[in-house]
Design a protein around this ligand. Structure first.
Ligand SMILES: Nc1ncnc2c1ncn2[C@@H]1O[C@H](COP(=O)(O)OP(=O)(O)OP(=O)(O)O)[C@@H](O)[C@H]1O
Length: 315
């Protein structure tokens, strides 16, 4: 077992082979609530990974365990081969969480300077202000900053220790389009230098645009794990809808490429990879009429995979 951490991020040697994050059989219960139900996940150094899922999927609970803020009920969490608290103590990990951590009566620059004073060794304050895109508001009081500006301030604070692993919980909440773009451009630049980034988001578009890899979570489990295009390929099927009383659902389900059949009143909906075959069958072998064929989008794949019909697509 590895007991020592690489001294700095992703610069070859051990850092190239040691997982940045590894979760093995991790569960977390809060009394009767099973927030995380068994997650196995390995993140390689330099990867930008989106942890995508609806409200209550277990994203924040998992991030808290990676940060050593809470312990798993069962299973093991390692960060760069270390116990999470050890990795934090060595300054290898930073986080930008959704709320808290800011003193309203300080200015933006004072906040970063104060945080820097808590570390033995940090990147220059002006540099992190610039990287987070907040040099222009450095003299503004925190209480006068918008939600998005406060998020960027938290980001600047997280950059001070030049961490090997950066954890972000819904990092762009409250940022406008331009703010988001600048934020992600800065994240990508650092990832190219070897920093590992894991961010939680509800936003499909954000995950697809900015992550190398999307880990889709629902009800405390990973339901899909792949690149944006692999996740999108899960949505490559179509839905054939037709008016048909007493549809033979078993016969439809047995057609090649069919993933699911639903009956809604007088209508039948067939989810399939081969809509031509379904259409041919319906028109030739049944009394189906009013056929409609629609392509599934990423959002529909997300809803299908997570099974959260009410809250899956909130962007
Ligand atoms: N301290 C706690 N005590 C009891 N239940 C909790 C606690 N923390 C989280 N939960 C529950 O665990 C589940 C997972 O919550 P978690 O915050 O990890 O989800 P999430 O994916 O981060 O959601 P969101 O996108 O809304 O932030 C939810 O059902 C939540 O209510």
């Amino acid at each position: 077992m590895t007991t020592s951490a690489p001294e700095h991020l992703g610069s070859g040697g051990d850092a190239g082979t040691l997982a940045a994050v590894s979760l093995t059989g991790v569960t977390k219960d809060f009394g009767a609530v099973h927030a995380v139900r068994g997650i196995d996940l390995t993140i390689r150094p330099g990867e930008v990974v989106a942890f995508l899922g609806p409200n209550g999927a277990g994203k924040t609970t998992t991030i808290d365990m990676i940060l050593g803020l809470s312990a798993p009920t069962t299973g093991e969490v390692r960060v760069l081969g270390l116990e999470p608290r050890e990795a934090i103590a060595r300054g290898l990990v930073s986080a930008v969480m959704q709320t808290g951590g800011l003193l309203k009566d300080l200015t933006v620059r004072e906040t970063v300077e104060y945080t820097a004073s808590l570390f033995a060794d940090t990147r220059p304050v002006e540099e992190v202000l610039a990287n987070a895109g907040i040099t222009g508001i450095a003299d503004r009081l925190v209480q006068k900053c918008s939600g998005g500006e406060q998020q960027r301030l938290r980001f600047a604070m997280a950059l001070l220790s030049d961490p090997a692993l950066l954890l972000l919980d819904e990092p762009t909440t409250g940022m406008d389009v331009e703010g988001r773009r600048a934020f992600w451009s800065s994240i990508r630049t650092d990832a190219e230098r070897g920093r590992t980034v894991l961010f939680a988001t509800h936003y499909l578009e954000e995950a697809d645009q900015y992550a190398d890899r999307i880990v889709l979570v629902s009800h405390g489990r990973i339901v899909a794990d792949g690149t944006g295009s692999e996740i999108k390929a899960l949505a490559s099927g179509r839905t054939v809808r037709a008016t048909l009383a007493a549809a033979d659902t078993e016969a439809l389900a047995a057609l090649a490429g069919v993933d699911g059949v639903e009956v809604r009143g007088d209508s039948v909906l067939v989810h399939t990879k081969d809509s031509d075959a379904v259409a041919r069958y319906l028109l030739n072998e049944t009394d189906a009429r009013d056929l409609e064929i629609t392509a599934k989008g990423l959002e529909e794949a997300f809803i299908n995979l997570t099974g959260d019909h009410a809250e899956g697509g909130d962007q």
